[in-house]
Design a protein around this ligand. Structure first.
Ligand code: NAD
Length: 270
């Protein structure tokens, strides 16, 4: 039997208050893990913790801003104090500020690059120390298909996500001798607060689902969580330094089929 269980593992998940991070927290609890729910909004984290407890697993809430190193160190220390170990770290908490690079202010650039790249880096350093002592661990970075797809309105975000993919490989290499795996997941368009401007506008939603996403729908956050459970489990025991794209085919769509097809003679259209 292939083993997808996370029974009795301790997982720190940043951004666990909503969206993809919350879906990963709940899926990990379903798979048997205890969860350290980290993010900035305690009330939302407590709701996630209640749902985890309802699944029979332990949950701890730690208010954490991943832009603040002291918060990150406290998050890892609190996890070790309660559970005695950190088996899994999922770096998910981050923000976006859609903006062409030519219009982006310096402080906006800093916020995006810091929340994705520096925050993930500091969390891996802090949790990685504990994993190195235990000679065992698993790190998952939530990147994005924007690491590969060029979107001129998401310049800082895409740059940070591309760097996240490379940082994942470098940490995987550094930590491989300690039995620690490090991988990334690159989601496509997922129905969360972050993408609300896209799915809440019927015209934009129709364009995305008709012309941009080959599978013709946004992902549910649970579909990203499924890849995270796989990577965190022993079913992925030989996978490190890679990025799994869960994007409904956006990165393989090439020339937009619907828009290009409109210029083709009827008998050649797909
Ligand atoms: P979301 O806005 O619903 O949730 C973001 C989460 O990150 C929230 O819990 C928020 O509190 C937390 N967060 C933001 N800044 C933080 C900080 N400084 N410290 C701690 N927590 C912080 O968005 P989401 O769609 O669930 O995004 C989660 C991750 O997935 C992000 O890294 C995002 O870039 C990535 N992603 C999302 C999509 C998508 O389509 N939604 C696609 C690709 C990648």
């Amino acid at each position: 039997m292939i083993d997808f269980s996370l029974k009795d593992r301790t997982a720190i998940i940043t951004g666990a208050s909503r969206g993809i991070g919350k879906a990963i927290a709940l899926a990990f609890a379903d798979a048997g893990a205890d969860i350290v729910c980290a993010s900035r909004t305690v009330a939302d984290l407590e709701q996630t913790a209640v749902e985890i407890s309802g699944k029979g697993r332990s949950a701890m809430v730690v208010k954490t801003d991943t832009l603040i190193k002291e918060d990150i160190d406290n998050m890892v220390a609190a996890a070790v104090k309660k559970f005695g170990k950190v088996d899994i770290l999922v770096n998910c908490g981050a923000r976006n500020l859609p903006m062409p690079l030519m219009k982006m202010r310096e402080d906006g650039w800093d916020k995006i690059i810091d929340s994705h790249l520096k925050g993930y880096f500091l969390c891996i350093q802090a949790a990685g120390q504990v994993m190195m002592q235990n000679k065992k661990g698993n790190i998952i970075n939530i990147a994005s298909m924007m690491a590969q797809v060029v979107n001129p309105y998401n310049g800082a975000y895409g740059t940070a996500k591309a760097a996240t993919v490379q940082m994942t490989k470098i940490f995987a290499s550094e930590l491989s001798g300690y039995n620690i795996r490090c991988n990334a997941i690159a989601p496509g368009y997922v129905k969360t607060k972050m993408t609300e401007p896209l799915w809440s506008n019927p015209e934009i939603f129709k364009h995305f689902t008709n012309a941009i996403i080959p599978l013709k729908r946004f992902a549910d956050p649970s579909e990203i969580a499924a890849a995270a459970v796989f990577l965190a489990s022993d079913a992925a025991s030989y996978i490190t330094g890679t990025t799994i794209f869960v994007d409904g085919g956006v990165t393989i769509s090439g020339i937009n089929r619907a828009e290009f097809g409109a210029s083709m003679p009827e008998h050649l259209r797909l």
